[in-house]
Design a protein around this ligand. Sequence first.
Ligand SMILES: [Ca+2]
Length: 119
Amino acid sequence: MRNRAMLLLPVGLSLLALASCIYVMNLDPVASLTALPVLGATPLHVTLDATASHDPDGTIASYLWTFGDGQTSSESAFPFAHDFTVQSESETFTIVLVVTDNQGATDTAVRNVTVNPAP
Ligand SMILES: [Ca+2]
């Protein structure tokens, strides 16, 4: 009887550890963005698309875009456009997309867009 208890204890502890592992396990989402075009004259009308973003074990709960020009957006993944403008000098803007999955994990994708002054 005592031998059986000593055998079952580690098995029980292992199962408990495994269960808690599965409970907290969350695969990170994958952020993916396309920006077109990435080079052009001001005002540059850039189409942004994050539909390739996904979460392997859940869903993407939110999207946060930072355009590098002081503006942000929480648009969904569906394609939308953002206008980039410069004055007299060329400028490169860094677009950052942060996706958050349904369990709070995040991933980031980055693209640069260069805008030249009007010819
Ligand atoms: Ca996940």
